[in-house]
Design a protein around this ligand. Structure first.
Ligand SMILES: NC(=O)c1ccc[n+]([C@@H]2O[C@H](COP(=O)([O-])OP(=O)(O)OC[C@H]3O[C@@H](n4cnc5c(N)ncnc54)[C@H](OP(=O)(O)O)[C@@H]3O)[C@@H](O)[C@H]2O)c1
Length: 241
């Protein structure tokens, strides 16, 4: 049995759940920690559920501590994120629709949350062997790629998260030289998050969570230290800031 360990933060989401399933199926990890706001109590096979809320740093710290107690973590996947919350936050089509509260809420989930997870996971990363911290980003977080505008809060919060990852990569280089921090764009994936926004997609543009994660796992497998701090798409191509 392998003693490699992985953790998925956001295991209740479409992409996060598919990551847990793919990690189990790979047989490469002896323990897979699956974090969400409302986890089940029971460990199942190699999967160990734990609770956290991105809006509660103490819960993130407690989650990271319980994970680290089992030994170093080889793969950290941050699969949380928010485009709309069904109430206050929805992707803005114009500046007239922008509100401070919705923008801050998007930042709390998409930028601050992953930064806090990174803060509390650093001590759990192995010093002497390769490890990966992969956070789900989005192509729309690229300033250089932005031709359509709109979705102000989501775009800006993902751009901020990408900066957090670039900074994490620099800090890790000093203390954990074999650790790789990476942003991943999963494509347009059939999940709760994308459900209201698929009308104009042509066929073949919507991936299942399993298919997206299969491709992202292949990208993760090929990463080396030179990729750290970058954002890559599901096909392995770099998305420039
Ligand atoms: N789907 C796409 O087409 C697409 C495209 C580009 C990028 N992405 C990115 O991919 C990532 C995964 O998205 P998805 O499509 O899988 O969306 P999803 O199904 O809506 O999953 C979002 C996840 O974030 C979690 N989350 C939200 N707020 C939280 C909080 N306060 N504390 C803890 N967890 C919280 C959700 O937990 P609950 O289950 O408790 O709500 C859920 O696990 C996101 O970062 C998204 O921006 C997705």
């Amino acid at each position: 049995m392998t003693n490699r360990r992985a953790v998925v933060w956001g295991a209740s989401g479409g992409v996060g759940r598919a990551f847990v399933e793919a990690l189990v199926a790979s047989g490469e990890f002896g323990t897979i920690y699956a974090g969400s706001r409302s986890p089940g109590d029971e460990a199942e096979g190699t999967v160990r559920p734990f609770a956290f809320d991105l809006l509660d740093e103490a819960s993130i710290a407690a989650g990271a501590r319980s994970i680290a107690a089992g030994g170093p973590i080889d793969l950290t996947v941050i699969a949380t994120g928010m485009l709309h919350d069904g109430q206050m936050v929805r992707p803005e089509k114009s500046f007239a629709a922008l509100t401070a509260d919705a923008m801050v809420a998007a930042y709390r989930i998409n930028a601050v949350g992953p930064a806090l997870i990174a803060k509390h996971m650093i001590d759990a990363l192995p010093r002497a062997r390769r490890s990966v911290v992969a956070a789900l980003s989005a192509r729309v977080g690229s300033i250089g790629d932005n031709r359509l505008g709109g979705w102000h809060s989501y775009r800006a919060s993902k751009a901020a998260m990408n900066m957090v990852l670039a900074n994490l990569a620099i800090e890790l280089r000093r203390t954990r030289p074999h650790a790789i921090a990476i942003g991943l764009h999963p494509g347009t994936v059939d999940t709760r998050l994308s459900a209201p926004f698929r009308r104009n997609l042509s066929s073949g543009q919507l991936a299942s969570p399993a298919e997206s994660v299969r491709r992202l796992m292949a990208v993760i497998a090929r990463l080396d230290e030179s990729s750290s701090g970058k954002v890559l798409s599901w096909d392995g191509s770099e998305i420039l800031p």
